[in-house]
Structure formats: structure tokens, C-alpha cells
Design a binder for this molecule. Structure first.
Ligand code: GLY
Length: 349
């Protein structure tokens, strides 16, 4: 078992281990006392992990409520957010009560936002059940739902009180969902840690998954401690994400976030090398790592379309963006570029 302490506007532990879901109840009692919990989860995760979560809380003396919503990105909406908040209110949850986000990024982001809003803030616990949520979205306090105009546009920075990741929950993930999380793991390696990149680039990571998640969380902990509110270094975590957001949108969200990030990293590495922004050409290493981890390396969209979408995302012309450039494997930097350079970058798709 690994315990990583996050020091942001709130201090909390991220606990990673096999079979630790059964300890959730005791850990919550020591944090919040025997107050009530609303467990929030989706229709995919509920049949797999809800009973064990509920049993752990109830065994420790915590009364539980359940809020189950339809699985999928469509549920990451202001409608589901408000249904959840109304549910909390109907059940008279108080500020001493707390929420448990049991699931992937959609669940964690939405429960975090609901918790920040209801009664001006109640505590919440993240129990990530996807690799992507374990290494990225459950840690660091970014919470949000989508608006019609785009993803994650309604949100808040609001840190959880605890993150508990039972690696057994990853065992029930379909291979493509596991691969999505590996895109973010590879991303951490390219940005911060060549040794991590080397460890995961050959694929075949499942036996070491606990230490891999722990390393990603340590890296995220360090960047969040420096820049919780995303004004500087935290933006390094956007490596590969500028083009990834365009790829997701051009595919009408048929291409998953992780697959889009995988391709976005290849485009960013190729473009950075070709445009003379990188010291080392990291492209082939990233392509190999993606392939070995069942991730794509290219997409079919026209460069002009990718750039148009990226530009419309930024809603303006004539400005600049911070584009993440791999200097060397394990070291990325932010480069301020005119937004129109996105057309040049997209040529390397
Ligand atoms: N997912 C990127 C961040 O937390 O900043």
C-alpha cells in the first residue's frame, strides 16, 4: 500500500493499494465521524463496486444514501449536477455529512462540483475506479461539468478530503478504458520522469500498477503544490491536450479522451521537433509507447479542421497560448506561441 500526502489548500492523503476498499468506512469515520454519506456512482460501476463500498461504510457505523446516474459523458451535465444537489437537499444532508465519488472522471468531477456548491461546501471522498481517474482526475481538485459550449466549462477548484484507490477495481476495466489511463501515465513520463516513461513504454504494466499509479500521483502532488490554481506549471499537464481536444470534438466524442491524448502527444512531439522548439526528438519513443500500450498514434482528420476547432475552443484570434513542448524525454516546458501557430502544429498530425 502507498500513501501520498497532498499539500494544497487542503491537506489530504491519496491511498493506493490492493483490496483497500473495505477500509473506506473506518477511514471516513476517522475523518468525519459517524455522519451520513451519499455514495454517487454510475450505472456501470454500481453493479460492480457499490455493495462493497456501502458495506464498508455501514460496517463502520455510517448511514448511506445512493445516487446512481446513467454512465457516460452525457451525464456530466448541469442537469445531473442539479439532480444530485436536489437529492442531497431532499435527504437533508448537513455540512457534517459527506459525499463519496465512486467511479471514473465523470463521477469524480461532478461529485466534486456538487460538494463544493451544496451548503457552500461539504466534504467529499474520491474512490477512483478507472486508471485515468486514479492517476489524474481524482487528485488535485479540478471539478466540473460540461456546458453546451464545451467540456468542463462549469467548475471549481475544490479538493477532496481523501482519495482511496483500490487497484482491484481496475481489474474489471475493459482493455480500451485501461489503455485510456495509460495515455495519461505516458504523459507524466514525457513531462517529468524519464524513468517512469522507460518503465511503462514497453506495455505490460499490470503487475506494477500500484507503484506506477503512486509515481504519477507523486508527480501530480508536486505540481499541484506549486500551482494549485493552474496559472503556471500545472499547465504542463496539458501536454498533448491541445490537439487532443480537437480530435475528440472532430470525432463527435467517438474517440475517447485517452486515445486523443495519445495522438495529441505524437503531434506535439513531431511539431515541436520540426519547428525547432525541442532539444530531443521524442516522437518515435512516444509512438512506440503508445503502440505497446494499445493506444493510437495518428488520426484521419484534416489539419485545417483540427486547427479550426482548437482555435474556436480558444474563442479568439491574435492571442497566445501556452503550448507544452518536450525539451527532452522527461522534461517539458511551456512555450508561449501565437494562437495561429496551431495551423502549423496541426500539419504534423
Ligand atoms: N488534468 C490536469 C490537471 O489536473 O491539471
Amino acid at each position: 500500500m502507498e500513501i501520498i500526502k497532498v499539500n494544497a489548500s487542503k491537506e489530504y492523503d491519496v491511498i493506493i493499494g490492493e483490496g483497500i476498499l473495505s477500509s473506506l468506512g473506518e477511514r471516513c469515520v476517522s475523518l468525519f465521524g459517524k455522519n451520513r454519506a451519499v455514495i454517487v456512482t454510475d450505472s456501470n460501476v454500481a453493479p460492480l463496486w457499490l455493495d462493497e463500498t456501502k458495506a464498508s461504510l455501514e460496517k463502520a457505523g455510517i448511514d448511506t444514501l445512493e445516487f446512481i446516474f446513467p454512465a457516460g459523458e452525457e451525464s456530466k451535465s448541469k442537469e445531473t449536477l442539479f439532480e444530485l444537489i436536489e437529492f442531497m437537499a431532499e435527504n437533508k444532508l448537513t455540512r457534517s455529512d459527506f459525499a463519496v465519488a465512486l467511479g471514473g472522471g465523470v463521477t469524480g468531477d461532478m461529485v466534486g462540483l456538487a460538494s463544493s456548491l451544496y451548503l457552500r461546501g461539504i466534504e467529499f471522498v474520491q474512490v477512483p475506479t478507472t486508471l485515468l481517474a486514479a492517476v489524474d482526475s481524482s487528485v488535485g481538485g479540478k471539478t466540473a461539468v460540461n456546458l453546451k459550449a464545451g467540456k468542463n466549462l462549469l467548475g471549481a477548484f475544490y479538493q477532496p478530503a481523501l482519495v482511496l484507490c483500490d487497484t482491484l477495481t481496475l481489474g474489471t476495466l475493459p482493455e480500451n478504458i485501461f489503455a485510456d489511463g495509460m495515455a495519461e501515465v505516458i504523459k507524466y513520463g514525457v513531462i517529468f520522469d524519464k524513468a517512469l516513461f522507460d518503465k511503462v513504454s514497453g506495455g505490460d504494466v499490470k503487475l506494477n500498477i500500484e507503484s506506477i499509479i503512486a509515481r504519477c500521483v507523486e508527480l501530480k502532488r508536486d505540481v499541484v503544490a506549486k500551482d494549485e490554481f493552474d496559472k503556471g506549471d500545472r499547465q504542463l499537464l496539458n501536454f498533448g491536450h491541445t490537439m487532443a481536444h480537437s480530435i475528440e470534438k472532430c470525432s463527435n466524442f467517438e474517440i475517447s479522451h485517452g486515445s486523443a491524448v495519445a495522438v495529441g502527444m505524437v503531434i506535439a512531439a513531431k511539431a515541436s521537433h520540426a519547428l525547432g522548439w525541442s532539444d530531443e526528438n521524442c516522437t518515435q519513443a512516444i509512438i512506440d509507447a503508445n503502440k505497446n500500450n494499445n493506444l493510437p498514434v495518428e488520426c484521419d482528420f484534416a489539419p485545417h479542421d483540427l486547427a479550426d476547432v482548437a482555435l474556436s475552443d480558444k474563442k479568439r484570434t491574435g492571442g497566445t497560448i501556452n503550448f507544452v513542448v518536450p525539451q527532452n524525454m522527461g522534461e517539458c516546458v511551456l512555450k508561449k506561441i501565437p494562437i495561429e501557430e496551431l495551423y502549423k502544429i496541426a500539419e504534423y498530425k
